[in-house]
Design a protein around this ligand. Structure first.
Ligand code: NAD
Length: 293
């Protein structure tokens, strides 16, 4: 069994990007710039956004963090997005989700210029991805593709079972794995909360990608010998032995499942660390105008 080390893979990607930024600077080119809009003070969101800004600093990107109280109006937010759309110094930007209930997140996402939508959430980028055109891919599925690729995992002709159909992970993952590309060319089954007999499907899987958020959902009897298991789930569970009072658990019953696998991601340290690296990669692609020209 090989552990898919997301931290190591993420570090390697960030270093590759940092080298490219150095070369851009040496040639007098435009330094990539990422802007992040954060509404409110939710602990998780604040940490995520701070980590994104820190990653920019580390690899030599410019960055700006725009913060609003959670009382900000939708109109104010849309106005800021318009400014960012028009700001030539900003190559890409994100609006950290979730947003407060009084703000229509779909409207906000649709107001982002698709050429700067480095989260890959705008319907134009989603549509381009589905059509097999060049697009910004959402960070988590893109990170999983990187893991599969960098560990040289065969996907062509394999049966891939994706569990979960969210717009940010499960749904795009199922589409990408079915594409005529590597990693891809798999036969894909997409399971979700209405799937009857989940175990029947997962037992046939060469590759399982679980993005649900139920700790221990995938048990050893649901996994065939030699399977590749990618665990996206990250749920906080109470743990009095930790200073924080909690620890993160994936969807997969890791201790029982891991011995059966050819490859498996740990939680934490598997898929999670790759998401920031993929956001940085999208921002670099935006600065180089690789997607829309
Ligand atoms: P979500 O929370 O929006 O939806 C969960 C999905 O699971 C739904 O599509 C639902 O149909 C499916 N589901 C629910 N119960 C099920 C069951 N019993 N059997 C089969 N399917 C079931 O999904 P999300 O936003 O993709 O998040 C999923 C998990 O992944 C969460 O734990 C989240 O924290 C985590 N996540 C991690 C990362 C990362 O970087 N590691 C990124 C995004 C999400």
């Amino acid at each position: 069994m090989t552990l898919l080390d997301g931290k190591k893979t993420s570090e390697a990607i960030l270093q590759e990007i940092a080298h490219e930024v150095q070369a851009i600077k040496a040639n007098g080119g435009k330094v990539p710039h990422l802007a992040a809009v954060l509404v409110g003070n939710d602990g998780g969101s604040v940490t995520y956004v701070n980590n994104k800004v820190l990653a920019c600093d580390r690899i030599g990107f410019g960055s700006s963090l725009i913060r609003y109280e959670d009382t900000v109006t939708e109109q104010e937010l849309l106005q800021k997005i318009q400014e960012l759309n028009e700001d030539d110094n900003v190559d890409g930007f994100i609006v950290q989700l979730p947003l407060p209930k009084h703000i229509n997140a779909e409207k906000v996402i649709e107001s982002i210029d698709p050429r700067k939508d480095v989260d890959g959430f705008h319907p134009t980028n989603v549509g381009r991805m589905v059509a097999g055109l060049n697009a910004y891919l959402p960070a988590t599925p893109a990170g999983i593709l990187q893991l599969l690729q960098r560990y040289d995992i065969q996907t062509s002709g394999k049966h891939c079972v994706v569990i979960g159909r969210s717009n940010i992970v499960g749904s795009p993952m199922s589409i990408l794995m079915s594409k005529a590309a590597y990693p891809g060319n798999a036969t894909v089954t997409l399971c979700h909360r209405n799937t009857n007999n989940l175990a029947y499907h997962t037992r046939q899987a060469d590759i399982i990608i679980s993005a649900v958020g139920i700790p221990g959902l995938v048990t050893a009897d649901m996994v065939k010998d030699g399977a590749v298991v990618i665990d996206v789930g990250t749920t906080r569970v109470q743990d009095a032995s930790r200073k924080s009072g909690y620890r993160l658990r994936g969807d997969v019953d890791f201790d029982a499942v891991a011995p059966k696998c050819s490859f498996i991601t740990p939680v934490p340290g598997g898929v999670g660390p790759l998401t920031i690296a993929m956001l940085m990669q999208n921002t670099l692609r935006a600065a180089k105008k690789e997607v829309y020209g």
